[in-house]
Design a protein around this ligand. Structure first.
Ligand code: ZN
Length: 148
């Protein structure tokens, strides 16, 4: 007499809501396994996690994204964000202090007054003064974007 085969638990919880793909996994699981989402702290079942993680990896490989994005470096400059801020585009990009200082100096080099720079970048004049008072005006490394 054979022992009844133990059923594996395909619906045990896996990653948490903090996982970058949690929303996609939950969306898929709600559709594919509507009965799964009965308990608390359940994001998605293992099958759905595997499906979205595989799909994400395939997409990343397809568009040749790096497997792990580079770590955030506050000294790097997003040149596009700086240019958008300098042009006064809305919505105003969130600049790091390094980027903001660069935008201030570039606008000064274009001949703008301090009050004009403050207005353009939506910052206070004291921030402009601080950026222009910095002793080291060495340009920071620019974030390079791979050419398509
Ligand atoms: Zn599922």
């Amino acid at each position: 007499m054979s022992r009844p085969r133990r059923i594996s638990r395909p619906h045990a919880p896996h990653f948490s809501y903090t996982h970058p793909l949690a929303e996609a996994a939950t969306r898929r699981c709600k559709t594919e396994h509507p009965l799964y989402r009965s308990g608390k702290n359940k994001v998605a079942c293992g099958r759905c996690w595997e499906a979205v993680i595989r799909a994400d990896a395939l997409l990343a490989a397809d568009v040749q994204l790096p497997q792990h994005p580079p770590a955030f470096d506050p000294k790097l400059v997003d040149q596009v964000a700086v240019d958008r801020a300098m042009n006064g585009e809305a919505p105003a990009p969130n600049l790091t202090p390094t980027e903001r200082d660069m935008a201030v100096r570039k606008l000064r080099d274009q001949g703008l007054k301090r009050s004009e720079i403050a207005l353009r970048l939506s910052v206070s004049k004291s921030i402009v003064d601080r950026a222009l008072a910095e002793r080291s005006e060495r340009p920071p490394p620019v974030l390079s974007i791979a050419a398509a």
